[in-house]
Design a protein around this ligand. Structure first.
Ligand SMILES: Cc1cc2nc3c(=O)[nH]c(=O)nc-3n(C[C@H](O)[C@H](O)[C@H](O)COP(=O)(O)OP(=O)(O)OC[C@H]3O[C@@H](n4cnc5c(N)ncnc54)[C@H](O)[C@@H]3O)c2cc1C
Length: 579
């Protein structure tokens, strides 16, 4: 199956400009360039042809109508934190950045529902809900920057999924702008209804391939007031698995049950120091019980504790108060910062297995570097204990041998370990542009074909987020051949920047301009282009670099500790010297 797209002519661009207005239309290479970067190491220079930042639903539907009529690819985008290249554009076309639709429209406490625009940031919503004693439970590691639209499109989870589930459990209704610009309202705001096929759920986790989410109704829950947390360290991963199995058998449901392997514990010890230095080597289980009645929480935590202690952990620490809890939970929150200091590249993978395979799978993943003869590749393993593993590969993406080994490791992980035991190739990060090769192997030809038929039903011209394997059976190397797909891998500045985007939400100039190019991550992408000759210095770049206020908030938020504002200051000095 193939699909050809039209070229965005000058006239056509003008028509898009007429729809969104001057201030929401960007066709300069420097701005488009920044949208070719995201939280994966895979992106080639898939530079979109046009960036549009609509301000309302009406503009979105008009853009879609025109794009569909003229067969121009449209890739919806929130904050660009996808770890699977979800908002990357192998076929070029338009990036529809919805981050300016960021209003919380309604908070209805009596009915436990909130209504939001897709660009609302997860933490911002929870800050607002806290005032009412409520929360929206899914909390991805990227909650400080991920948009609700992006979370719905990816069915995002987080560290409390064991008890609270994932985004899908909270979506009551969706307003969708279809590829042809028509609006579809799916779901209801009543709790029970079997009056229609459940089409709403088809859109949750559809990764922007079936429609653009323009409004979301979410169920919310009362905030728990009591918590009790323990950290346990085991010598043997099998003992840890047994403890979790027993907790499950007894029907106890901790809100947090998280696993970290030896590599992570070592990295965290070195990164956090202090009391963590005394922690022995081993596999970590973090377990927490929450609720609203103190006695219940204490009782249930005791049941968890008893089950774990029966499996002889070599060390444990129970938080006696909130301060101690905050300290212990740091061991989990510091995973990425700690790992990103080991090697220049930290690549977080995502897959799910059932608990009965847990210890066996951990051992197999630990052995990957040896199995494939990769001397410079390290693997660390994080797991949400509902079975969602994040094997994290550490290497140097500027070394071609490392990159080759990393790709072999991924192939080994999915083909040899996860798929044969019936696991899923992604639990929460999505297929994006990177997991298509494993789709058919994972689901079989029939299901892959059915997904394609569904895609064609909603998007016959294949304009929506082309390249995402769900529904798009084309191989990515069939993407517009006239586009020169240069390999970006060796072209990243020698920084530990993971391009996670955590810096963008707090940046004052990003907040003001509300566009990727004016964020720390965007400016770094521009410097990258300058250093390697893909971009040439000009007034726009000088202006973008000068919008950095040098406030340093980006450094505070950066998991890898990259002092981007200092880099921009130096870049400005160099530019002035050369003037
Ligand atoms: C350090 C780090 C930690 C992370 N931790 C987690 C985690 O714990 N759990 C988890 O689930 N994920 C995690 N992620 C992945 C990512 O943050 C989530 O998938 C998040 O929900 C993406 O939100 P976003 O706004 O950045 O979306 P984007 O990256 O911009 O887009 C993601 C996908 O959604 C589509 N999309 C975006 N907005 C819309 C819309 N309005 N309509 C239709 N489609 C749309 C895009 O086309 C794309 O396919 C993590 C990422 C990083 C970098």
């Amino acid at each position: 199956m193939s699909q050809t797209y039209s070229i965005l002519s000058k006239d056509l661009k003008q028509k898009f400009k007429d729809i969104v207005g001057n201030d929401s239309f960007f066709d300069q290479k420097e701005i488009r360039w920044t949208y070719a970067f995201g939280g994966t190491v895979f992106e080639k220079d898939w530079i979109p042809d046009l960036i549009l930042l609509p301000k309302n639903r009406d503009q979105i539907t008009k853009v879609l109508q025109l794009a569909n009529q003229k067969k121009i690819p449209i890739t919806p985008r929130g904050s660009g934190t996808s770890l699977s290249g979800g908002a990357m554009t192998p076929y070029g076309g338009i990036v529809l950045d919805v981050s300016r639709l960021n209003k919380i429209l309604d908070i209805d406490i009596e009915n436990n529902i909130v209504k939001v625009e897709p660009g609302v940031i997860c933490d911002d919503l929870n800050e607002e809900l806290k005032k009412y004693g409520y929360f929206f439970p899914p909390d991805p590691g990227s909650s400080s920057v991920a948009t609700i639209g992006g979370m719905v499109a990816n069915n995002a989870g987080g560290i409390q999924a064991f008890k609270y589930g994932v985004t899908k459990q909270y979506v009551m209704y969706l307003e969708i702008a279809l590829a042809n610009g028509k609006i579809l309202n799916l779901g209801t705001d009543v709790l029970k209804s079997v009056a229609a096929y459940n089409i709403k759920d088809l859109f949750i986790g559809s990764e922007g391939t079936l429609g653009v989410i323009t409004k979301i109704g979410l169920r919310i829950r009362p905030l728990p007031t009591q918590r009790k947390l323990g950290l346990f360290i085991f010598d043997e991963v099998k003992d840890l698995e047994n403890a979790v199995r027993n907790i499950r058998k007894e029907g106890i449901i901790p809100n947090l049950l998280e696993f970290m392997d030896r590599v992570i514990l070592k990295a965290v010890r070195e990164y956090l120091g202090g009391e963590f230095y005394d922690f022995p080597d081993g596999y970590v289980l973090l377990a927490e019980m929450d609720g609203n009645i103190q006695d219940h929480v204490e009782d249930e935590f005791t049941q968890i504790y008893d089950n774990i202690i029966q499996q002889n952990p070599k060390f444990y620490r129970i938080a006696k108060n909130d301060k101690e809890r905050e300290r212990l939970i740091q061991a989990r929150k510091a995973n990425l910062p700690a790992l990103s200091r080991i090697k220049p590249t930290t690549c977080v993978e995502d897959c799910t297995i059932s608990l009965t395979h847990f210890a066996d799978v951990i051992k197999k993943i630990e052995q990957i570097p040896e199995e494939i003869g990769a001397t410079n590749l390290e693997v660390a393993i994080i797991c949400h204990m509902e079975g969602n593993l994040h094997p994290t590969f550490l290497f140097n993406e500027n070394n071609p041998k490392d990159v080759e080994d990393f790709e072999k490791a991924l192939d080994y992980l999915y083909r040899k370990i996860i798929i044969p035991i019936g696991g899923s190739i992604t639990g929460e990060h999505g297929i994006g542009k990177i997991k298509t090769p494993y789709l058919e192997l994972s689901h079989g030809e029939q299901i892959t074909e059915k997904m394609h038929q569904i895609k064609q039903l909603f998007d016959p011209n294949m304009i929506l987020n082309p390249g995402v394997g769900k529904g798009d059976t084309r191989k990515l190397d069939e993407a517009d051949k006239s586009r020169q797909l240069k390999n970006q891998k060796e072209k990243v500045l020698e920084l530990a920047c993971m391009r996670c985007g955590f810096c963008i939400a707090s940046c004052p100039s990003r907040k003001h301009y509300n566009i990727e190019a004016y964020s720390p991550r965007g400016r770094l992408s521009i410097l990258n282009g300058l250093v390697y000759g893909d971009l040439k210095p000009n007034q726009l770049i000088t202006d973008i670099l000068h919008t950095c206020t040098l406030c340093g908030l980006c450094l505070e938020k950066c998991p890898s500790g990259v002092g981007t504002y200092k880099i921009f200051e130096q870049a400005r000095e160099i530019i002035h010297k050369n003037e």
